[in-house]
Design a protein around this ligand. Structure first.
Ligand code: ZN
Length: 198
């Protein structure tokens, strides 16, 4: 229905297509944007365009960065032979906040989910396998404890084991289905320290 004019409807449709935004939120955001001073809307739009243009995947760990190699991978004090595999850049940020992890990461950008039709080829697994050809001593699997996270952990463990590299899984204690970014630092550290070999 063309209730708000073609342009207004188009804006609502575009916003609605974003994750986590339903029709009502899209309408609220659209009305808010339309009521804002033009310069402010231009600033938001330009920030989005600039971020999209300049932010890319780190050539080593696949996290989001505006450099060729992210600050963690570029840090000479980090132990490049220990790789923690996480689902999202937000999970990486959660572990970085603990300030105690000294290895590097690998960001999958998702998890395997047969139900949602997300297979191993749809996440950054190929990139992980390539990294294992280097000098790697341990792969710590820190995917979520959801069904998808566990499926992904199993898959990775099967891939890594034949290489002889040590594979560990962070301890449970991280709530089932809980997103890592919402878990406090003490719980994260405990999960990391209590990791078990697979
Ligand atoms: Zn990196």
């Amino acid at each position: 229905m063309n209730l708000y004019g073609g342009q207004g409807n188009k804006l609502i449709e575009e916003l609605e297509a974003l994750p986590g935004i339903g029709t009502k939120s899209a309408q609220r955001l659209a009305f808010h944007l339309i009521g804002m001073p033009t310069e402010k809307v231009e600033r938001i739009a330009n920030t989005m365009i600039e971020a999209r243009r300049n932010v890319r995947y780190c050539s080593k760990c696949c996290t989001l960065t505006d450099r060729e190699v992210c600050p963690v991978c570029a840090d000479p004090k980090r132990d490049q032979s220990v790789i923690m595999v996480v689902e999202t850049p937000r999970d990486l940020a959660a572990y970085e906040k603990t300030g105690r992890y000294t290895g590097v990461y690998h960001v999958l950008h998702g998890a395997i989910s047969p139900m949602l039709g997300i297979g191993p080829g749809d996440i950054k697994l190929k990139e992980l396998i390539t990294r294992l050809e280097g000098d790697v001593k341990e792969v710590i699997i820190a995917t979520n404890s959801s069904l998808e996270g566990e499926t992904t952990a199993m898959y990775i463990s099967k891939l890594v084991k034949p290489t002889g590299i040590k594979v560990t899984r962070i301890a449970s204690g991280v709530p089932v289905g809980g997103d890592l970014e919402y878990i406090d630092e003490v719980t994260l550290l405990r999960a990391l320290e209590g990791r078990v070999e697979l």
